[in-house]
Design a protein around this ligand. Structure first.
Ligand code: GAL
Length: 388
């Protein structure tokens, strides 16, 4: 077979032959290499999934080998699948601009956590992502949008935002709009400082230029309204912001979630009319214990629950960090927790942890399993009762 592959490669047939080599997958194997149709480990980190007309589309950060891969060298990679186990390479959906072009998404920028949604009104696919401008570390804290009329792209870059410039969040009290003497000198993490954060310390600071936007996700509710949920205020507080009808901008209606809670990697789903949010703490590429929240309205109040993960390695979320909660098409209340096992020394090797999300009352739960399939979501059938 080796010689056949060699022959295939020589004849330029590596793709089709390798494809024949890639056995059809029938299960998820969290943390294991996950080959695409060419036998190459999926390259879609910080990913999200769009379900469109019977097909799933996976979008994620394309990483290259070596530490340089922690910045965007290529763009956003797209794969498609009918069954969620077997992914077909659809190539680069959004390509970074050439270095030196002056584009906000030029090669070397940081382009993370892409999420794509379909807008029924415009018929366009809308991609949002976290953008950091080249050579500025994580200081720019912007969220950016690109559009396409095909799910797989190519996506056209539209613009980036510091969201909600000049807009106070819902319920922001009049007396919070003025700075308080000495508040900038408060010691971080003290109760007084936490209170000051909840009362708008950073919101006031960024009111003019717009709020910071780092780790993010996009959520489209049943009524077609879309929201951006992003880490803001130096990663201290999550902001939930309503998007315009075309999903390409902000309406100015927004709220905070868990002020000073230090959450990132937000992932959201809805079950039985309640919203569930899974996040992580903020420890960069190193994993930490996940958090979970529930609310009856996206506008809150949000109630913090437990670490959804239980069992060995729950304190590091099985060495991973959340990126998306994927509703399985055609199965009620079936959500896949998608997470990244980052490998910043060689980012291309990053692994994917996909686990079934279960619920104990309101509490979302994650349990490790080496291998599982979508059948895990099927309710055990009630035993037939025998009438005597
Ligand atoms: C993580 C974040 C990642 C990436 C990383 C950089 O906390 O979730 O998306 O931004 O920090 O250190």
């Amino acid at each position: 077979m080796k010689s056949l592959l060699l022959l295939g490669a020589l004849l330029g047939l590596a793709g089709p032959l390798a494809q024949a080599q890639t056995p059809k997958r029938t299960a998820f194997e969290p943390g294991r290499p996950w080959p695409d149709n060419h036998g190459v480990h999926l390259n879609a980190h910080g990913a999200g999934v769009l379900y469109d007309r019977g097909r799933y589309y996976l979008f994620g950060e394309h990483k290259i080998a070596g530490p340089k891969g922690n910045t965007a060298q290529v763009g956003v990679h797209c794969y498609s699948s009918k069954d969620l186990y077997n992914w077909q390479d659809e190539g680069i959906a959004l390509t970074v601009a050439p270095e030196g072009s002056g584009s906000e998404i030029q090669k070397g920028c940081v382009l993370e956590r892409p999420k794509v949604v379909f807008n029924k009104k415009t018929g366009q696919y809308v991609m949002w992502f976290h953008l950091e401008l080249k050579d500025q570390g994580y200081a720019a804290s912007r969220t950016a949008v690109a559009v396409s009329n095909k799910a797989t792209g190519p996506y056209r870059y539209v613009r980036s935002y510091r969201p909600n410039a000049g807009q106070w969040p819902l319920g922001f009290k009049e007396e919070w709009k003025q700075p308080r003497p000495g508040e900038q000198d408060l010691k971080w993490w003290t109760p007084e400082w936490r209170q000051a954060v909840a009362d708008g310390l950073f919101i006031r600071r960024d009111f003019g230029p717009g709020q910071m936007a780092r780790d993010m996700t996009i959520y489209v509710d049943d009524d077609g309204k879309a929201y951006s949920i992003h880490s803001s205020e130096e990663n201290l507080t999550l902001h939930l912001s309503e998007l315009t009808d075309d999903y390409q901008g902000f309406t100015g209606k927004w709220t905070t979630i868990a002020p000073a809670g230090h959450n990132e990697a937000p992932a959201l789903c809805k079950k039985d009319g309640k919203y569930y949010l899974i996040t992580s703490g903020c420890t960069g590429w190193a994993p930490n214990a996940a958090r979970s929240f529930v609310a009856s309205s996206l506008w809150g109040p949000w109630k913090q629950l437990e670490n959804p993960a239980v069992g060995p390695e729950a304190d590091s979320t099985f060495r991973s960090q959340s990126t998306y909660l994927l509703p399985v098409a055609g199965k009620k209340d079936a959500f896949i927790f998608m997470a990244d096992r980052w490998t910043p020394k060689n980012p291309i090797d990053g692994g994917y942890i996909w686990l079934p999300l279960s619920f104990e009352g309101d509490q979302p739960r994650l349990r490790w399993t080496d291998r599982w399939a979508l059948g895990a979501f099927d309710q055990p059938k009630a035993k037939p009762t025998v009438n005597q």
